[in-house]
Design a protein around this ligand. Sequence first.
Ligand code: PSU
Ligand code: MN
Length: 302
Amino acid sequence: MSTSVIISEQVAESKSRAVALESAVIATGLPFPKNLEAAFGCEEVIAAAGGVPATIAVLEGIPTIGCSKEQIKNLAQTPGVKKTNLSNLAAVVAERCYGATTVSATMHLATSVGIKVFSTGGIGGVHKDAEVTFDISADLTALTRYPMVVVCAGAKSILDLPRTVELLETLGIPIVGYCSDRFPAFYSRDSGIKLDIVAETPREVANIAKTHWELGLNTAILVALPIPQDHEIPQKEVNKLLSQALDDANQQGIRGKALTPFLLSRLKELSSGKTLEANLLLLKNNARLAAEIAVCLSEVHC
Ligand code: PSU
Ligand code: MN
């Protein structure tokens, strides 16, 4: 990239063990101060597992790989940070704005400096009324384009999960269930959708990824890690809250990029904070596994 990118010293030194973290979840997905707790919590568990955290954002137009604590604090509290995906990344950079990168823009920037592993909460996907709105997240485009291991707790049940999984298969993205043969539904462990690839260890995931790339398949590998059992919210309960949140979004005319943040915040209100706690926990859970995979990958690579 000819546009300048800043990489922190720590990430530059140990790129093979780096785990990319998105910033959209900090600036648009979670409220302050829980967003800060989540961002720092993820960085801590990655470091504890032998990885190197690389939180990615655009700061005054500069793509930054490995934000400092101070920069993360800023992102967590500054209003007006733009949700940044592949389609507006250039505008955010050119106009010297602050951008909170979603899964898609984070993957683009991480890949451009050679990072192979990424941890997120839940990927974006096909929205429930996509046949009318065509609202399908750029996250899916990014998964077809960037060869990374992406650890997630599935996709949120605010999405159409069966269509999301079908589209992932069409696009050639392997979904590896981690110690589970079910696609998780973010707050709940089981969406009812069966997966046919299951891995039991970080090494197994690393081997599948390495083989995928050796075969010349240059897409991402999605690792689906269900939220721990004692923290899950049953799908029935989530669905009830969700139908209320979707009605509210409809009534208020919320669409496009604003929809995901709106639904997340409405679900938090409707559940008296229960979804927020689950969100925090699964983010850290994913970050830990991502670091373990990064360590294994760095070993198989050399
Ligand atoms: N998952 C979360 N919180 C979030 C998101 C996902 O738990 O804030 C964000 C991610 O950054 C993801 C984005 O890439 O939502 C997808 O947004 P959209 O559906 O507008 O593409
Ligand atoms: Mn969208």
